[in-house]
Write a protein that binds this ligand. Structure first.
Ligand code: GSY
Length: 163
């Protein structure tokens, strides 16, 4: 059975928009893509701003399969793991799978920090406002996050209805 899953994508090195575009075009079962936001870096050393977006998948893949897909896209973007929280060509995080909780050493779903991050919540809310509204503490984060999360544009030339 197909379930809805959300992935968060971020890039702050090299041609950031191209890295996001490449990943979205290579990911399986993509059903919707949020607008792209330019966001201030959260955590880590001093580094450049990120471009972030969220994609929705309608998929039969398991959480483990999805983690493998995320890591595959990071490798394709020549990501080299240097310092933790440091700048990167591409980060792809598995955020959410409808009805699923996973707590394993290398995989936690829902993503443990997604509800605190404006750069996740704001694009996720574009795709699924009901989901974000269900996170009880998200409103405070969202209202404080707009300063550092600015709409940048869209990955494709087509814009969603009403934009
Ligand atoms: O966790 C994703 C990588 N990352 C980001 C990011 O994607 N966007 C922003 N704004 N800050 C971040 N810090 C880290 S680590």
């Amino acid at each position: 059975m197909k379930r809805t899953a959300y992935l968060g994508l971020g890039s702050n090195l090299g041609n950031r928009l191209e890295y996001l575009k490449l990943a979205v075009s290579n990911l399986p079962d993509v059903s919707k893509v949020s607008p792209v936001y330019e966001t201030a870096p959260v955590g880590g050393p001093e580094q450049g701003s990120y471009l972030n977006c969220v994609v929705q998948l309608k998929t039969e893949l398991t959480g483990r399969d999805l983690l493998t897909e995320c890591q595959k896209q990071e490798k394709l973007a020549d990501r080299i793991r240097t310092e933790r929280w440091g700048p990167r060509t591409l980060d792809v995080d598995l955020l959410w799978i409808d009805g699923e909780v996973i707590e394993e050493e290398d995989l936690t779903v829902p993503h443990p920090r997604m509800k605190e991050r404006g750069f996740v919540l704001i694009p996720l809310r574009d795709l699924d406002p009901t989901l974000v509204d269900s996170f009880s503490d998200s409103e405070e984060v969202i209202s404080g996050a707009f300063d550092s999360v600015i709409k940048f544009g869209f990955l494709s030339d087509e814009t969603p209805d009403g934009e």
